[in-house]
Write a protein that binds this ligand. Structure first.
Ligand code: K2U
Ligand code: ZN
Length: 171
């Protein structure tokens, strides 16, 4: 298994729209395994393939306390969503150290292929529902800071670019 490089906002590749996976084959299973290893290593609870510069519809997540109950979502669709919304604090591995509240549907029903290629359908709520919506935004080329005001977003962009410059000049 390999740890993959996570793109940092405002990298333009984060705004690429992911394409559907045509076959859940060895290449996709290896990608899933590498994404899971990368997510756990980065202490994330979710990761979209877009964030590792692979523009196919693959998401991994694990919102369990024990960090040992991964979900793999290939070609995910939200087929039902509650009218009720929640305002939850979000972060993003592509926008480190930035947290802010984003409105999300409180409950969603998700349909996707699993790592074995089988169709799965489940209802979820709470942190997992927020995470699924956050990750599916990534597959549409959307980063959570785009829900924030332009003033906040511009400040974040400036901070991220400054951080990237500092890291590039660090020996
Ligand atoms: O997409 C990512 O960068 C992974 C996010 C997923 C996520 C965002 C918001 C809410 C739940 C999951 C990371 O896991 S960021 C870590 C995190 C987790 C919960 C709340 C805030 C930040
Ligand atoms: Zn994210």
């Amino acid at each position: 298994m390999s740890l993959l490089n996570i793109l940092r906002y405002p990298d333009p590749r984060l705004h690429t729209v992911a394409k559907p996976v045509h076959e859940v084959d060895e290449r996709i299973r290896t990608l899933v395994d590498d994404m899971l290893a990368t997510m756990y290593a980065a202490d994330g609870v979710g990761l979209a393939a877009t964030q590792v510069d692979v523009h196919e519809q693959v998401i991994v997540l694990d919102t369990s306390e024990s960090r040992d109950r991964p979900r793999v979502l290939i070609n995910p669709e939200i087929v039902e969503r509650s009218d009720e919304t929640v305002l939850a604090e979000e972060g993003c591995l592509s926008v480190p150290l930035v947290y802010d509240k984003v409105p999300r549907h409180a409950r969603v029903t998700v349909q996707a292929l699993g790592r074995d290629g089988a169709l799965q359908r489940f209802d979820t709520e709470g942190l997992e529902a927020v995470c699924v919506q956050h990750e599916m935004d990534h597959l549409r080329g959307k980063v959570f800071v785009e829900y924030l005001s332009s003033l906040k977003r511009d400040r974040i962009k400036t901070r991220m670019l400054k951080k990237a410059r500092e890291e590039a000049t660090r020996v």
